[in-house]
Design a protein around this ligand. Structure first.
Ligand code: OOG
Ligand code: MG
Length: 253
C-alpha cells in the first residue's frame, strides 16, 4: 500500500467509525512517512470542508506513555469538526472507542515565527484554558506503534475548551482531574506535562517549525494529558477540573 491509500484507509475508518488494522502489521513505515500520511489524511478532511483550528501534543507525560506503551512525543492537527462547546452533547456513535482526558490548552495571539520560550508567552499567547480532549484511535483495540498513531493524526477526535484565563494565571504545579458521572477517576499534576505545561509551547513551536507547519493567531494548542485517558462509551457526564482554571463538561449520548 502506498502512503495515499494508507491515508485514505485511515480517513475512511474515522468517517465510518469502523476500526482498521495497524499499518505496521502490513509494512514498516518510518516517522517521516507517518507524518506524510497524517498530512494526506488532513487534506481529505479539508476537502470535506473542515478547517484547521490548531495542534495537539501527545505523550508529553509518563502517565500517557505508560498507558499506551510508547516512548516519544508526537503532534497532530485539530479541525473544526472536532470542536465542542462547554456542556455540549457529544454523540459517541460518531466514534469507534472514544476516550477522554483532561488537558491544558492555549489560544495563540500572534502567528508563531520562532521557537517559544517562557519569556515569549505574553507576546504570543492570548489565554490559557482547561480542556477535555476526546481521542479515538482508528486502529483495532486502540493498539498502535508510534508510527501508526502519528499517521492516524495522533488519535485526535474531539476537544472542548473551557473559559479563557489570562496568561498571568498560574498553571504550573496544579492538580488536574477527570470525573465520570460525578466520580473522580484520574488526577495528576500539571507538571507531569514535560516538567511544566508551559514547556509544551516550546515543544509545539519547535516541532511545527521543523515540519514547515505554521501556527497562526487564533489557533489552539493542546499540551497533552497529565493523566491516563478513560473510555467514555456508556457514561453520561465527563468533567475536567483544575485548580484556578475552572471546569469543563461534556455530556455523552
Ligand atoms: C494518542 C494521543 C495522545 C496525549 O495527550 O498524550 C494524547 C493516544 O493515546 O491515542 O493525546
Ligand atoms: Mg491528549
Amino acid at each position: 500500500m502506498n502512503l495515499n491509500s494508507i491515508a485514505h484507509k485511515l480517513h475512511k475508518a474515522a468517517a465510518q467509525a469502523r476500526p482498521t488494522t495497524q499499518i505496521s502489521s502490513d509494512r514498516s513505515i518510518n516517522l517521516d512517512e507517518s507524518y506524510a500520511i497524517q498530512s494526506i489524511v488532513l487534506s481529505e478532511r479539508y476537502l470535506e470542508g473542515n478547517k484547521l483550528t490548531g495542534f495537539k501534543l501527545g505523550f508529553t507525560s509518563r502517565a500517557k506513555m505508560e498507558q499506551m506503551g510508547v516512548e516519544d512525543m508526537i503532534w497532530g492537527r485539530l479541525t473544526t469538526d472536532m470542536e465542542y462547546l462547554n456542556d455540549q452533547v457529544v454523540h459517541v456513535d460518531r466514534f469507534i472507542h472514544p476516550r477522554a482526558e483532561p488537558e491544558i490548552a492555549f489560544t495563540v495571539k500572534k502567528d508563531i515565527d520562532k521557537i517559544l520560550s517562557e519569556d515569549d508567552i505574553e507576546e504570543y499567547i492570548e489565554s490559557y484554558h482547561l480542556a477535555v480532549e476526546i481521542i479515538d484511535s482508528r486502529y483495532e483495540n486502540f493498539k498502535f506503534s508510534l508510527a501508526d498513531v502519528i499517521a492516524d493524526n495522533c488519535s485526535s477526535a474531539g476537544y472542548c475548551i473551557g473559559d479563557p484565563y489570562p496568561t498571568t494565571t498560574n498553571i504550573k504545579n496544579i492538580e488536574m482531574s477527570l470525573s465520570i458521572d460525578g466520580k473522580l477517576v484520574h488526577s495528576g499534576n500539571s507538571n507531569n506535562i514535560l516538567g511544566n505545561p508551559l514547556e509544551s509551547l516550546e515543544a509545539m513551536s519547535r516541532l511545527a517549525l521543523s515540519h514547515g507547519q505554521s501556527i497562526k493567531a487564533g489557533h489552539i494548542i493542546l499540551a497533552g494529558a497529565a493523566t491516563p485517558a478513560v473510555h467514555i462509551k456508556g457514561t453520561t457526564n465527563v468533567s475536567a477540573q483544575a485548580a484556578g482554571l475552572g471546569q469543563v463538561n461534556i455530556r455523552v449520548q
